[in-house]
Design a protein around this ligand. Structure first.
Ligand code: GLU
Length: 295
């Protein structure tokens, strides 16, 4: 892809199973938006949590994307190969005394915590301890009372006060893996991503990511959170359930269902090929048609 040099989007699946319809919707939205803006579009495998990775699924996801006509710029970035970069940034945050060790169990936290927007708000138990034995402990990032706001391209304005709504959050896990909230910020910055289009389950994570970007002096991407695909019981589809894997053998119906789910104008006639679908999608993508959703 070439053209407008400044748009850089990405799709960042976790290889924890086959590509399911919910991730396809996020992929179609982010790719169509990038195509429409004549921007660059990258794919990143979020395999930082090796415990959740299903062997072979990264390759399977990439083959499915290819069969569906997605074309990405640059090599696919694998988070599992970026440990030293994550360590470098973590050390930088530690030097600024923004991070502390925390050996609290979930139970200990639950007993003392208030409920926040996404579960218990960490009550700050270990905040003031000078415990420098990090072994087997998580690392938490200090939050504060400042209000963090952003305007999502689909969901509108959203604000959080992290200390009140979330609490000091884990950026390095007790099992040794870098937490998603830190890895995603470092990767988006290093890949110079300035447009994030992804599922609405991550709307509430965004202020945490903006906070980390601020601390690290990274630029803030624009965000668009697309409505989630839910099952009949109203739960988010997840790869672990092996929910609705996308059939690479019948790419056009899969693409058209995602297009319809994204409330886009119907294609005037059945496309003959995935290339034809994407050509039409690039010209007709209109994010403003998507209505904001409840998560
Ligand atoms: N890896 C995440 C997922 O598969 C997406 C993360 C993101 O887009 O920031 O749900």
């Amino acid at each position: 892809m070439s053209g407008k040099p400044n748009y850089r989007g990405r799709f960042a699946p976790s290889p924890t199973g086959s590509l399911h319809f919910g991730s396809l919707v996020a992929a179609v939205a982010s790719y169509a938006d990038a195509l429409h803006e004549r921007g660059a579009w990258l794919v990143r495998m979020e395999d930082v949590d090796q415990g959740r990775v299903v062997k072979g699924s990264a390759g399977e996801i990439l083959r499915t994307l290819e069969a569906l006509g997605f074309e990405w710029d640059q090599e696919v970035l694998f988070q599992s190969r970026r440990k030293s970069r994550y360590r470098e940034i973590l050390a930088h945050l530690e030097q600024q005394r923004l991070v502390y060790n925390c050996g609290c169990s979930r139970r200990e936290i639950a007993e003392r915590a208030q409920m926040g927007i996404e579960g218990p708000v960490y009550p700050g138990t270990c905040r003031r301890s000078n415990d420098d034995d990090a072994s087997g402990k998580a690392l938490r990032l200090r939050t504060d009372q400042s209000e963090i706001c952003f305007t999502d391209r689909i969901q509108g304005r959203h604000c959080q006060v992290l200390e009140r709504d979330v609490g000091d959050f884990v950026i390095h896990r007790a099992d040794g893996y870098t937490a998603y909230q830190l890895a995603v910020v470092i990767d988006d910055a290093d890949q110079r991503i300035n447009q994030v289009v992804r599922g609405a389950d991550l709307l509430l994570s965004t202020p945490r990511q903006i906070y980390v970007q601020k601390l690290l002096d990274f630029a803030h991407p624009r965000y668009a959170h697309v409505p989630l695909v839910k099952d009949r019981l109203g739960r988010k589809l997840s790869k672990q359930d092996q929910a609705h894997p996308v059939a690479a053998k019948t790419p056009l119906p899969a693409l058209q269902s995602a297009w319809k789910f994204l409330q886009q104008a119907p294609l005037p006639e059945k496309p003959d090929s995935v290339q034809e679908f994407w050509q039409w999608a690039a010209n007709n993508w209109d994010m403003s048609r998507i209505s904001p959703s409840n998560r």
